[in-house]
Ligand binder design. Structure first.
Ligand code: HEC
Ligand code: HEC
Length: 219
C-alpha cells in the first residue's frame, strides 16, 4: 500500500474528491442484489441496459483517473478495462469487495458502489474498444506467440479475447501484465488462482517478457 500511495496518491486524492462530489456514489448499498442475475437481466432488456449503462458511465468518471477515459489506461501498470468481458469484470469486482482479491484502494472504491452502478460500469467498459500498441520487437513477439499458442490459447482463446469465463488479455498494459503473471507464478501479490499458478509455474522471466510483448500487441 505504501508503494501504491506514493505512486498514485495524486490521482487517489482526485478520485476521492470526485467520489464525495457524486451523489449516490458515496453511500454504499448493501449488496442484497444478485449481481450476475442483474447483469443477465440487463443483457436481455435493452431499455434496462441503456439505463444502467448511463449510470455506469457516470460512476466511471472517478475510475478514469487511473483506468483512463473509456477504460484505456494511460499508465502501464494499471489495467485497461475497455473491451473486457462483462462476466470477468463483474467477478473481479466481487472478489475486490469480498476481500478475496486484495488491493486496498480498489476494494474501497468497489464497496462504495451500488449494485446497479457495478453492473452499469461493467456494461459501460465492456462496450468500449481497446487501443492496442503496435509490436516493437518482432523477434520477441514471435517467441511470445509460439509460447502463447502452446499454452495460453486454451483459456484466453486464439485471439486473446477470452470468453465469458476467462479474461480478455489482448492489448492489455505491459507492466500490469508482467506484474500479474509474475505474481501468479510466484504466489505473491493480492490474488491467487490455481489455474494461472499451474500455467505459469514453468515460465522463465524471458518467457514472460516474450509473452507480454506478444499479448500487448494483440488486437
Ligand atoms: C487510484 C487508481 C485507481 C482508481 C481510481 C480505480 N482503480 Fe481499478 N485498479 C487500479 C489498479 C492499480 C488495479 C490493479 C490491481 C492489481 O494489480 O490487482 C485495478 C484493477 C481494477 C480491476 C481489475 C481489472 C482486471 O483486469 O482484472 C477492475 C475491474 C477495476 N480496477 C475497476 C475499477 C472501477 C470500476 C473503478 C472506479 C469505480 C476503479 N477501478 C478505480 C487502480 C485504480
Ligand atoms: C486453464 C485455463 C488458463 C490457461 C491455460 C491460462 N490462463 Fe490466464 N487466467 C485464467 C483464469 C481463470 C484467470 C482469472 C484468474 C483470477 O481471477 O485471478 C486468468 C487470468 C489471467 C490474467 C489476468 C487478467 C487480468 O485482466 O488481470 C493474465 C494476464 C493471464 N491470465 C495470462 C495468461 C497467460 C500469459 C497464459 C499462458 C502462459 C495463461 N493466462 C494461461 C485461466 C487460464
Amino acid at each position: 500500500m505504501t508503494m501504491f500511495l506514493k505512486t498514485y496518491l495524486p490521482c487517489a486524492i482526485a478520485a476521492s474528491l470526485l467520489f464525495t462530489a457524486l451523489p449516490g456514489v458515496a453511500q454504499s448499498n448493501k449488496p442484497t442484489v444478485d449481481l450476475s442475475a442483474r447483469l443477465a437481466e440487463s443483457q436481455n432488456n435493452a431499455a434496462l441496459a441503456s439505463e444502467l449503462l448511463l449510470k455506469g458511465r457516470r460512476a466511471a468518471a472517478v475510475c478514469a483517473n487511473c483506468h483512463g477515459e473509456g477504460g484505456n489506461s494511460v499508465k502501464p501498470d494499471i489495467p485497461n478495462l475497455a473491451g473486457q468481458n462483462p462476466v470477468y469484470l463483474l467477478e473481479q469486482m466481487r472478489l475486490f469487495s469480498d476481500g478475496k482479491r486484495r488491493f486496498e484502494f480498489m476494494e474501497g472504491m468497489i464497496k462504495a458502489m451500488s449494485p446497479d452502478e457495478k453492473v452499469g460500469v461493467v456494461l459501460f467498459y465492456s462496450a468500449q474498444s481497446v487501443i492496442t500498441s503496435p509490436a516493437k520487437n518482432a523477434a520477441l513477439v514471435a517467441n511470445g506467440k509460439a509460447y502463447y499458442d502452446k499454452v495460453c490459447f486454451r483459456c484466453h482463446a486464439n485471439d486473446g479475447h477470452g470468453n465469458n469465463v476467462y479474461a480478455r488479455i489482448a492489448g492489455q498494459q505491459n507492466v500490469y501484465l508482467t506484474n500479474t503473471i509474475k505474481n501468479y507464478r510466484n504466489g505473491t501479490g493480492g490474488r491467487t488462482n490455481s489455474l494461472m499458478a499451474d500455467n505459469t509455474r514453468h515460465m522463465t522471466d524471458a518467457d514472460i517478457d516474450a509473452i507480454v510483448a506478444y499479448v500487448t500487441s494483440m488486437k
